[in-house]
Design a protein around this ligand. Structure first.
Ligand SMILES: Nc1ncnc2c1ncn2[C@@H]1O[C@H](COP(=O)(O)OP(=O)(O)O)[C@@H](O)[C@H]1O
Ligand SMILES: N[C@@H](CC(=O)OP(=O)(O)O)C(=O)O
Length: 554
C-alpha cells in the first residue's frame, strides 16, 4: 500500500538549567540484608541468571569462575542457576530466534526448512558439549538428552505443519526447547567440574487452578511458591540448573510476557527461595550512564531504582525485563547486574530509593503534591543535600515510525482519541510515545521488523499488515501520514523531576548540534524525558547529550 510520507519538525525553547543536591546515604545502607528479613530455615540462596549470549560464549567461564568460585567461598551460600537459550553470536541469530523462525516455516509450505533449523541447533549444542565436557558418561547422557529434545521438537513442528496452525501454545512449546538445551548444556559443563548440578525443567510447571485467571499477583505468587518448592525438593548440596522458560501460561508466554522472559523466571525462583540476592549476569559491568559500546566515556552506575531500570529497558537499553522488578522488590530482594567477563566487579544494584518511598507516603490518595520535590532536595533532618543532581542515563530506541493523525473534526476531542486507540488496539499496535492536541495526535511505534520499505519518499510502501490495516481505518477519522526511520532518545533519572531546566537543556543540546526533533513527550513519567529524532542522528545525539548533560553538570 502506498502512502504519503511527510516530514516535519518541532523545536522547543530552551529552559534555564538547574543544579542542586540529591539523596543522602550509601548504597550498602539501602540494600536489604538477609538478617533483616525473616528467612525460613536459614535460607542463603543466591539466584544467578545467565543470558543467552553469556551461556553461548562463556559456558566454561561461568561454571568455573562464577558458580564453582561462589560455592568454594564456603559461607553456606547456595546457588541456583537459571539460563536462557544459547546465542553464540548475537541474540538476533540465537537459538530462540531460530526456533521462532522454524515455527513460522511450518506454515510457509517450504517442506523441511524447519528440519534444517532443528538439525543445526542439535549439532551446535552437541559440538558445544563436546568441547567443554571430556567425561564420556556425562557427555553420552548429555548427547542423548539433546537428541531426545530435538526429536520431540521435530514432532511438534510436524504437527503444526499438518494442522496448518501455529497457536500461542505451539510457539511457546517450540521456544521452550531453547532453554532446555541450554540448561542441559550448563548442567553437563558443571558436572564435568565436580559440581552436583541437577537439570530442572520448569517448562510445564504451570498447572495450578489459578492459571486460567491470567497473570495477576496471585498467579505470580503461586508460581514463585511452586518454583521454590521444586528446588528445595532436590537436596542439600545440589546446584539446580533451571530452564528460564516457565510457560505454558494463559495466552502464551511470548504474548503475555514477551522476549527476555528468563529474567522474570529467575525473579520468581528468587522469590520462591527467598534468596538474599538475584544476580543478572551479562557481558557488561552493569548499567552505565549510556550504552558503553556506543559511548566510551559512559560511567558505571553503582545503583539504579527499579523504575529507572524499567524505563531504560523499555526505551532501548536492554537491562532487565520490566516485569522482573515488581516481584523481587516486593520481596525485598536486591537485584545485581554483573559481568560474566569480569566477575569481581561489584556491578550495579537495583534497589528502591528511600526518598521515592518518602514522597509516596506524603501523597494523599488520588492527589499529588508537587512540593514533594522538597523531599528530594533535603535529607530526613531537613538539611539540604549536598550532592549534585544529574540524570541517571541516556538511551536510544531505534526502528521507530511516527504515525500522525490530523482530525477531520467530525467528533469532539475525547471521541477522536478514543477512536484512534480502539483502531490501534484492533490491529494489535502499541504506542511507545504519544503527543496530542485537540485535533492532532502523533504516535511513535516500534517494530523489530520493518514497518515500511523503500529508499525514498516516492517508493516507500507499508510492509507491515497490522500498520497497513490501522492506517486504512484511521484515514476515516483524519489525514494520516507516516515518518519512517526515526529513533526515540530518552533521558532517564529519578532526579529529573526536581531538576529545574533539565528539559530545556536536553532539547537545546540536540538543537545546538543540528539534531532535528520530530516529536516531544514529557511529563507522563516523572523520570523520563523523551523525544523522537531521525535514526541516522542516533549515535551523534547520544554522544552530545552524554557529553553535555552528564560530564559537565558538576
Ligand atoms: N545503559 C546501558 N548500560 C549497560 N548496557 C547497555 C546500556 N544501554 C545499552 N546497553 C547494551 O545492553 C547490552 C546488555 O548486555 P548483554 O550481555 O549483551 O545482554 P543479554 O544479557 O541480553 O545477552 C549490551 O550489549 C550493552 O551494550
Ligand atoms: N531466550 C529468550 C529469553 C531470554 O530471556 O533471553 P536473554 O536472557 O538472553 O535476554 C529470548 O531470547 O528472549
Amino acid at each position: 500500500m502506498d502512502f504519503p510520507i511527510v516530514r516535519r519538525a518541532r523545536q522547543t525553547v530552551p529552559e534555564r538549567n538547574g543544579n542542586g543536591p540529591v539523596t543522602n546515604g550509601t548504597i550498602e545502607d539501602r540494600i536489604p540484608h538477609t538478617q533483616e528479613r525473616d528467612l525460613p530455615g536459614g535460607a542463603n540462596w543466591v539466584v544467578q541468571k545467565f543470558g543467552g549470549t553469556s551461556v553461548g560464549k562463556f559456558g566454561v567461564e561461568i561454571a568455573e569462575g562464577i558458580v564453582l568460585a561462589g560455592l568454594k567461598q564456603n559461607n553456606g551460600q547456595r546457588i541456583a542457576v537459571v539460563c536462557s537459550a544459547r546465542s553464540t553470536g548475537t541474540k538476533a541469530e540465537g537459538t530462540t530466534n531460530r526456533l521462532l523462525r522454524a515455527a513460522r516455516d511450518t506454515q510457509t509450505g517450504t517442506g523441511s526448512k524447519y528440519g534444517d533449523v532443528v538439525e543445526a541447533l542439535r549439532l551446535d549444542h552437541i559440538q558445544a558439549g563436546g568441547s567443554a565436557v571430556s567425561d564420556q558418561t556425562i557427555l553420552k547422557r548429555y548427547t542423548e538428552d539433546v537428541d531426545k529434545e530435538c526429536q520431540k521438537l521435530l514432532r511438534i513442528l510436524e504437527a503444526a505443519q499438518y494442522l496448518e496452525a501455529v497457536t500461542n501454545q505451539t510457539m511457546d512449546m517450540v521456544m521452550s526447547v531453547g532453554e532446555k538445551l541450554s540448561c542441559l548444556y550448563m548442567t553437563a559443563v558443571l558436572q564435568q567440574r565436580g559440581v552436583e548440578a541437577v537439570y530442572v525443567d520448569v517448562s510445564e510447571i504451570v498447572d495450578f487452578a489459578n492459571a486460567g485467571k491470567g497473570l495477576g499477583d496471585e498467579f505470580y505468587k503461586n508460581l514463585a511458591r511452586v518454583l521454590g518448592e521444586r528446588v528445595l525438593e532436590l537436596g542439600d548440596n545440589v546446584v539446580p540448573v533451571i530452564t528460564g522458560f516457565f510457560g505454558k501460561v494463559p495466552g502464551g508466554l511470548l504474548e503475555q510476557v514477551g522476549r527476555g522472559y528468563t529474567d522474570l523466571c529467575a525473579a520468581l525462583v528468587a522469590v520462591g527461595l527467598q534468596a538474599k540476592e538475584l544476580q543478572i549476569w551479562k557481558e557488561v559491568d552493569g548499567i552505565f550512564t549510556a550504552d558503553p559500546r556506543k559511548v566510551p566515556t559512559a560511567s558505571l552506575l553503582e545503583s539504579v531504582t527499579p523504575a529507572e531500570a524499567a524505563e531504560l529497558t523499555f526505551y532501548g537499553s536492554e537491562v532487565i525485563h520490566p516485569f522482573t522488578m515488581d516481584q523481587v522488590i516486593k520481596a525485598s530482594i536486591p537485584i545485581r547486574i554483573k559481568n560474566v567477563m569480569n566477575p569481581r566487579n561489584k556491578g550495579t544494584v537495583i534497589v528502591p530509593d528511600p526518598q521515592d518511598e518518602l514522597s509516596h507516603q506524603k501523597r494523599s490518595g488520588l492527589f499529588r503534591n508537587r512540593s514533594t520535590s522538597y523531599l528530594l532536595n533535603h535529607g530526613a533532618d531537613g538539611t539540604p543535600s549536598v550532592r549534585p543532581k544529574r540524570p541517571t542515563a541516556v538511551t536510544i530506541k531505534p526502528s521507530i515510525t511516527v504515525l500522525n493523525v490530523h482530525s477531520k473534526r467530525r467528533t469532539r476531542a475525547h471521541g477522536f482519541l478514543m477512536s484512534i486507540f480502539s483502531i490501534l488496539d484492533k490491529h494489535g499496535l502499541s504506542v511507545d510515545l504519544i503527543s496530542s492536541s485537540e485535533v492532532h495526535v502523533s504516535m511513535a511505534l516500534h517494530s523489530e521488523t520493518a514497518l515500511l520499505s523503500g529508499n525514498d519518499d516516492e517508493s516507500l510502501r507499508i510492509e507491515d499488515t497490522a500498520l497497513a490495516g490501522a492506517v486504512d481505518d484511521l484515514s476515516r477519522w483524519g489525514d494520516v501520514d507516516l515518518v519512517p526511520n526515526m529513533a526515540i532518545i530518552s533521558l532517564v533519572g529519578r532526579q529529573l523531576r526536581s531538576m529545574v531546566g533539565i528539559s530545556g537543556r536536553f532539547f537545546s543540546t540536540l538543537g545546538e548540534h543540528g539534531i532535528n526533533i520530530e516529536m516531544i513527550s514529557q511529563g507522563a513519567s516523572e523520570i523520563n524525558i523523551s523525544c523522537v529524532i531521525e535514526e541516522r542522528d542516533s549515535q551523534r545525539a547520544l554522544s552530545v547529550v552524554h557529553t553535555n548533560l552528564f560530564t559537565f553538570l558538576d
